[in-house]
Each structure stands twice: as C-alpha cells, then as structure tokens.
Design a binder for this molecule. Structure first.
Ligand code: ARG
Length: 454
C-alpha cells in the first residue's frame, strides 16, 4: 500500500510556509502598507516620490488580488513577503523603503485585525438578515400552537412563533457580543515594530485614521503578541453556532415522521444512496456538526497562547487557519440558515394535534383551582391524582366525569371543562409569556430592534 501514501514531507520550508492559507490577509496587508507608506512620506521618513511609487505599486497589487491574478508563491513563505516581492518586481529598489519602521510582527497583527474587523461586519450583517427571516416566519405563523417541551416531554402548549422568537433573542445577544468584540479588534498595532516600538517619528494616529481604527495600541509588546481578540471572536462564534446548532436540532426533530411539524424545501434535503424514501436534513445536520469545529478552534487559540513567553513567537502563525475556518464556517452557516428557513413548510395541523394532548393542561387545572382559592401545593396534589386516575382508567384527562375531579378536590366545578389549549396559551399573559397578545408585542419590538441597527 505504500504507493498510496502521501509524501508529507518534501522540504523543510514546507513546514513553515503559511501563504497557502494567509493569502486571505492579502488585501488587508496591502491596505495597511498603503497607509504606512503615506505616513512615512508625510513624516519625511521616505521621499514623496518613493511613497507615490510604492502606493501605485500596491494599488496594482490590490487589483491583481481582487481579480485573482496575483500569483502566490510558496517559496516566499507568507502573504507579506509575497506582496513585498511583487512590489519589487513592479517598482524596483524603492520597494525596499516600505518596510522602514515596520516589522512583520506589527504588520501581521494589523492585517489580522483588519481582516477580522471586516469579517465581524459581514457576520453582523448576516445575523440581522437571519433574524429578519426568523421574525418573518414567526409573523406568518403567529397563531400556530405546538407543544412546548421540557426534558423532551410535552410540557405546556405554546405558540410556535414564541418558540421561534426564543432564537431571535439568542441571536440578538450574539449580535451584541460581536459588536463588543469589534471594539477590541479595532485598534491599530502599527508602529509597534518587532516588539519595542521604532526609532522613527511616526504619526501612528494618521495611519489609524486612514485604516479606520478607533484607537492605537498603548503597549508595543502587548500589540504584537496578544491574540485575546481572536479568542474573543472564537468564543463569540462558538456561542452563536451553539444557538444555531440547537435550532438545527429542533428542525431535524420537527422534520422527522415522529413529529412532522415542518418540511424542508427540497434543496435543503438529500436522498440516501441506499434508501429511496429518505429526505435527510443534511444542511441542518452539518451545521450541528460544524459547531464542533468552531469549538475546536476556540480551544486551538487558547492552547496556542497559554504559556507562550513574551513577546512574538512563531507559534502565533498557527492562529490563522482556525480563525479563517471559524469565520468562513459562521458566514456560510448563517447564509444557509437564512435561506433554508425561508423554505420551511409548517404543518399547523400536526402541531395542533400534538398540542391537543390533554395532559399538557395539567398545570392549567392546578391554576384553575388556585383561582378558586385553593393553595398551589394542594392544587398540584389534586391534579396529580386526577392525572393518575386518567392514566389508570384510560379516560383522557378532560373527559373524566366531574365526580372524578371532585373526588380529589371539591373546588372543581362544571367550568373546569372550559380549560383548553387556547385558554392555556392565552393565560400566559405576562411580559415574555406565550399569550398571543404578548408574542405580538414581542414581534413588534423585534422589528424595532432590527430597524435601529441600520
Ligand atoms: N507569517 C507570520 C505570522 O503569521 C508573520 C510574522 C512573522 N514574524 C516573524 N518574526 N517571523 O505570524
């Protein structure tokens, strides 16, 4: 079998080369370099002519990257050296002045922060779109009643829209976490040099302003060696995907024959290679599975940075693949979920019939007794006994004769039969409850929340 074995090790530099993945920083690296070159000339550290040549060359490189015409070369190790080498090809010797007062250490930190800031904005936009879809689905199905579950057992009837809006709330917090993380990402490390700062009269604020950074870093050692903003991103992404994964699990269950509450659009399911009847919810399952990768990426950066001596160490180059992976996984998953949710068919009848399970009215029967003056504990005992009677006799809870009810508590009267799933839902008329009035309010509030973001 040896001939099937991949040859993992070709040359020593295979091990250190990063351009195979860090090319993703290319455009951001160029932007950082343009700002740096402009500032160097303003501060008279390099000549105006050299700076213009450099910027012109970098703009050409920018276009080459955008048009997929830039040739990334493995032997040039990383994204930064590839771009610098190309600049030499384009403008010759003046290219050598770009790296004045800069190290790859503050350069990579800058490019990574710009990349992540951009990614955060893309993700935030998509969370909002996803929330709009959830809100739309909830509005369209405001009245649908379904069983609410605790411990995976039918608990109390709820509105399907209320269940959906639980995810809206989770995503609102995810959005805020992203925005909060962005603040700490949005700081310029340029000017930190290798670790100690640089012996040139830089205008760090000018660079920061051009790159739309909110602030400049206050300690050069921290600036080039800290990656806690990446940890924060992974943590935020992990929580976001944990939420999506729970939704995925709900959807998978609901689409099974056992539940039958929803149907995915045909583009979101696949057949089985063996069983012709299958409609597998692959996209939802993959989102649930990919959540594991994102958690893994969080652990990756935590372990890389734990015990790392000050200041920059090449270990830090290993922060990137995981970062790109989480960013791309989150963006694709949000895109998939927004589209997939639009394709859902809701089976109101199946939900309603499951929600009509009379045992779910047990709490309401206890509340009924409380309204007649019984203490909640006594009411709970009486209804437990009524439920047991129903189970033993095989007579559905709401079909037991009044005499049976009365055996367990004299406060039961004829109007006990007015209790039904609709009165149950409507009774939960507290802020945050499942009564239609409250859910309608929450839908209105949610659309205001989204409108404010724009
Ligand atoms: N590719 C490197 C990284 O990702 C760039 C910084 C290299 N700095 C150094 N001193 N070797 O971290």
């Amino acid at each position: 079998m040896e001939k099937y074995t991949t040859h993992y090790f070709k040359t020593a530099s295979d091990y250190t080369v990063s351009v195979g993945f860090d090319w993703r920083l290319g455009l951001f690296d160029v932007l950082g370099s343009i700002a740096h070159a402009r500032m160097l000339s303003t501060q008279k550290i390099i000549s105006k002519e050299d700076s213009l040549l450099i910027i012109e060359g970098l703009e050409k490189i920018h276009d080459e990257i955008v048009n997929n015409a830039f040739e990334w070369k493995e032997d040039l190790e990383d994204v930064h050296m590839n771009i610098e080498q190309r600049l030499f090809e384009l403008i010759g010797e003046p290219a050598g002045r770009l790296h004045t007062a800069r190290s790859r250490n503050d350069q990579v930190a800058t490019a990574t922060r710009l990349y992540l800031r951009n990614a955060l904005d893309e993700i935030a936009k998509r969370i909002t779109i996803f929330q709009q879809v959830i809100l739309g689905l909830a509005e369209k199905n405001l009245d649908a009643v379904m069983p609410g579950y605790t411990h995976m057992q039918r608990a109390q009837p709820i509105l399907f829209s209320h269940h959906l809006m639980a995810y809206f709330e989770m995503l609102s917090r995810d959005y805020l976490r992203l925005i909060d993380c962005r603040e700490r990402v949005n700081v310029s490390p340029l000017g930190s040099g290798a670790l100690a700062g640089v012996p040139y009269p830089l205008d760090r604020d000018m660079v920061a302003k051009e790159l739309q950074f909110q602030d400049v870093s206050k300690n050069s050692i921290d600036a080039i060696s800290s990656r806690d903003y990446i940890v924060e991103f992974h943590a935020t992404a992990s929580i976001l995907l944990m939420h999506i994964s729970r939704l995925a699990e709900d959807l998978i269950l609901w689409s099974s024959s056992e539940f039958g509450y929803i149907k995915f659009g045909s583009e979101w399911v696949t057949g089985s290679s063996m069983m012709p009847q299958k409609r597998n919810p692959d996209f939802a399952e993959l989102a649930r599975g990919k959540t594991g990768r994102v958690y893994g990426n969080l652990l990756n950066i935590l372990v890389i940075t734990k015990g790392l001596p000050m200041s920059y160490n090449t270990d830090l180059q290993e922060d990137k693949e995981a970062l790109f992976d989480s960013v791309e996984t989150v963006i694709k998953t949000l895109d998939v979920f927004s589209e997939m949710l639009k394709s859902l068919e809701i089976n109101n009848d199946r939900m309603l019939s499951a929600a009509s399970d009379p045992t779910m009215l047990a709490t309401d029967l206890a509340d009924y007794l409380v309204n007649k003056g019984v203490t909640f504990r006594r009411a709970h005992e009486a209804v437990s006994a009524v439920c047991e009677r129903s189970r033993d006799s095989g007579i559905p809870l709401m079909d037991l004769p009044l005499s049976d009810y009365k055996k367990f508590n004299q406060a039961f009267e004829q109007d006990v039969y007015d209790v039904n799933l609709h009165t149950s839902v409507d009774a939960r008329n507290v802020v945050g409850g499942t009564a239609k009035k409250r859910v309608s309010e929450s839908l209105k509030f949610a659309s205001q929340v989204l409108a404010k973001r724009r």
